[in-house]
Design a binder for this molecule. Structure first.
Ligand SMILES: Nc1ncnc2c1ncn2[C@@H]1O[C@H](COP(=O)(O)OP(=O)(O)OP(=O)(O)O)[C@@H](O)[C@H]1O
Length: 218
């Protein structure tokens, strides 16, 4: 199994245990699989995604990605895991303003020592960014910026792509186009996708769906 989440409970400081955001949450994700997580606002979707992304700690339970158990990793180990195996795409595109489109796309792959020029060329082409490689983020539309963010995330060929409302800032047409591209690219690169969304329509495009309510997965 690529990802295994076992009986994870998460409380934010200031909350008591009775108010845990996540209670005894378990899920598995196989290599190349696509999973949508839905749930009301405040139900803990982003919290769960952050835990899987090794960006935050949890009270109890265990998360394992590619055989690496998060509880056993220190800060350095978690940072290495994030760099080597995981990628994130958020609603806010989080591009680096001072870098060109091409530099943004290749940045993380180079950092991880996983730069592959042929794959980057393919990503640029398929994401429709060929004519925009020298532009800077502020010179792009929202849909274009999100396509750059997806290129950047997939350039190192991560085993798992975590996406938090990746089309939340886009209009309906751009949203569909960006989702189509993301699904095509993860399918071709064998990357598993764990996507948080409010939209049942988007969730229905993925292989599997889970719903978070009252701290539990359904
Ligand atoms: N850093 C934090 N400290 C304290 N409480 C937090 C923190 N982050 C989130 N929470 C609380 O945890 C709960 C779950 O938040 P989370 O962002 O995971 O929900 P969500 O399902 O992603 O919501 P939305 O759909 O609105 O983005 C909320 O009640 C939120 O207020």
């Amino acid at each position: 199994m690529l990802l295994s989440v076992r009986n994870v409970t998460k409380t934010y400081s200031g909350q008591n245990m009775g108010r845990a955001v996540l209670r005894d949450v378990s899920l598995d994700l196989a290599a190349g699989d696509t999973l949508a997580l839905t749930g009301e606002s405040g139900s803990g979707k982003s919290t769960l995604l952050h835990l899987v992304g090794a960006l935050d700690t949890f009270d109890s339970g265990e998360i394992t990605l590619m055989g690496q158990t998060y509880g056993a990793l220190g800060d350095t180990g978690r940072a290495a895991l994030r760099r080597q195996s995981l990628a994130l795409v958020f609603q806010q595109f989080n591009l680096i303003p001072s870098l060109s489109v091409l530099q943004n796309v290749t940045f993380q792959a180079r950092l991880a020592g996983q730069h592959d020029q042929a794959w980057v060329n393919q990503l640029i082409d398929r994401l429709g960014l060929s004519d925009l490689t020298d532009r800077f983020p502020e010179q792009l539309s929202g849909g274009q910026q999100q396509r750059v963010a997806i290129g950047r995330a997939l350039a190192p060929r991560p085993q798992l792509l975590l996406a938090d409302e990746p089309t939340g800032n886009l209009d309906e047409t751009s949203s569909q186009a960006v989702l189509d591209l993301m699904l095509d690219l993860v399918a071709d690169s064998g990357t598993a996708l764990f996507l948080v969304t409010h939209s049942q329509q988007i969730a229905n495009r993925l292989n599997r769906r889970l719903h978070l309510s009252g701290g539990h997965l359904q």
